[in-house]
Design a protein around this ligand. Structure first.
Ligand code: ZN
Length: 234
């Protein structure tokens, strides 16, 4: 098993995890990616991740040299046990718990456990994820405190250090756009606009300055506002 600092990036095909991938490629010699098919309502994110990875390899030779295998895991069982607006045809709003109906209970905990297992097998030293508590979407499994607890559980349970890095944790969406530009210039911004997907409704028919989406769901709203703020200040 290698001890060269290396990373496994949780890459969903969304904007945040794409920026995390660029971040990891800027600092590690070896990077692999992992994604999960949990029967999400829209498979468009999964399609985006394949295209994004192919274009990243083609357009960024220095990053391509460090970018290794992509792992796509079938976690259909998570979709089976979840009854949420991301896994069923259900209205997007707030549930009785006060949490958004897009919250999939246990999702990040399951993802990180499997990512930890794959990282262990592949000899990768860090996990990198796009969790963020700044633009608070109400997801308790995106908080740094949850990540700290998971990091401790994985480190103890696998008997090796398993740091979970979350470079976007305290950035707002405007700062996330700025970070992507700092890492890879306009070329990476363009790639993120064109080939990542954020919209909860899976809409790829409407193209805005900031990318594709319905333009009105909470995820589009955040992405659009962040873009506008970043562009106004850039
Ligand atoms: Zn949308």
């Amino acid at each position: 098993m290698t001890t060269t600092p290396s990373a496994l990036v949780l890459f969903s095909g969304g904007q945040d995890s794409a920026v995390c991938l660029a971040w990891a490629l800027s600092r590690y010699k070896r990077v692999e990616t992992i994604g999960f098919d949990y029967r999400q309502r829209h498979r468009v994110e999964l399609d985006c991740r394949t295209v994004f990875l192919a274009k990243l390899r083609a357009q960024f030779p220095a990053w391509s040299a460090k970018l290794g295998e992509d792992h796509l895991l079938d976690l259909g069982v998570l979709g089976e046990v979840s009854d949420t607006a991301l896994t069923r045809e259900q209205e997007i709003g707030f549930a009785d718990s006060g949490l958004p109906s897009t919250f999939v209970p246990g999702r990040n905990l399951v993802f990180l456990t499997f990512a930890g297992a794959v990282a262990y097998r592949r000899g990768l030293t860090s996990l990198v994820g796009g969790m963020c508590e700044t633009d608070f979407s109400g997801y308790p499994d995106c908080r740094r405190a949850t990540m700290d607890a998971m990091q401790t559980a994985l480190t103890l349970g696998m008997d090796r250090p398993t740091p979970i890095e979350t470079p976007l944790m305290y950035l707002d969406k405007a700062q996330t756009w700025a970070l992507s530009e700092a890492l890879g210039g306009e070329a990476v911004v363009d790639l993120i606009v064109e080939e990542t997907h954020t919209c909860y409704l899976g809409d790829r028919t409407q193209r805005h300055d900031w990318g594709y989406g319905c333009g009105t769901c909470p995820a589009c709203d955040l992405r659009e506002k962040g873009w506008a703020t970043w562009r106004a200040g850039a």
